[in-house]
Design a protein around this ligand. Structure first.
Ligand code: PLP
Length: 230
């Protein structure tokens, strides 16, 4: 299967799941998680109409950026972002989806201020409260949102989450529902219901995520094939 065929299949699945949940397929943003796939693969996905591409490693993103891998589509940063690499991402990524600490917010504010621009972000919630994972704990989320709102060079567009990898389907659904509840609460209390993006769901669970209210999914393997780690 080609990348274009895979995208068509994922789009068809998204459309079915969206309709099932009483929503319009065109309200769903499909982000291709293109890590470990080269610039040619990224261009193929863009030609096939992917809505955005998402990278999770700064160095790889910078290299592919140089090769014009992302021309014609928005670029999202979706991975763990170290503070000392923030300068390489701010102003390059149209959306940083993985902002999960006060320190990172402060660093992004500084870098965006230097460029005299406003960086769009999503707050990331560590929904499984996993020790090794980044993201605000559910109990910290509102204070994270408050800190983000105070920053004049940051605009918060929504929430992103990745449930624990080992969760079974039922547990996974419960995590998605929890994220959605947090999103609605934060949106009402802090953002006058202006937040638009709820990013959850990957190759194995994007249909379930959509049924639980996601409107942005990040799909890698089902589009680009399996990744070969070396
Ligand atoms: C790699 C990645 C994905 C996509 O994972 P697949 O299971 O290959 O679809 C989604 N989100 C993030 C943050 C990722 O790093």
């Amino acid at each position: 299967m080609s990348i274009a065929e895979n995208i068509a299949q994922v789009r068809a699945n998204i459309a079915a799941a969206a309709r099932e949940a009483g929503r319009k397929p065109e309200e769903i943003t499909l982000v291709g998680a293109s890590k470990m796939n080269d610039a040619a693969a990224c261009r193929e996905a863009i030609a096939a109409g992917i809505d955005a591409l998402g990278e999770n490693r700064v160095q790889e993103m910078a290299a592919k950026f140089q090769e014009h891998a992302y021309d014609g589509a928005p670029l999202h940063f979706i991975g763990h972002l170290q503070r000392n690499k923030v300068r390489q991402v701010v102003g390059k990524a149209d959306l940083i989806q993985s902002v999960g600490s006060l320190e990172l917010l402060a660093e992004i504010e500084k870098a965006a201020g230097k460029q005299d621009m406003v960086q769009d972000i999503l707050l990331e919630v560590n929904i499984g409260e996993e020790g090794a994972k980044s993201g605000f704990l559910p109990a910290e989320l509102l204070s994270g949102a408050e800190a983000a709102l105070e920053k004049s060079h940051i605009r918060t567009l929504g929430l992103m989450a990745i449930p624990p990898a080992e969760a079974d389907r039922e547990e996974n659904l419960r995590y998605f529902d929890k994220v959605r509840a947090l999103f609605l609460d934060m949106n009402e209390k802090m953002f006058h219901n202006s937040l638009r993006i709820l990013s959850m769901g990957m190759s194995g669970d994007y249909e379930d995520a959509l049924r639980s209210g996601a409107n942005m999914v990040r799909v890698g393997t089902a589009i680009f094939g399996s990744r070969h780690y070396t």
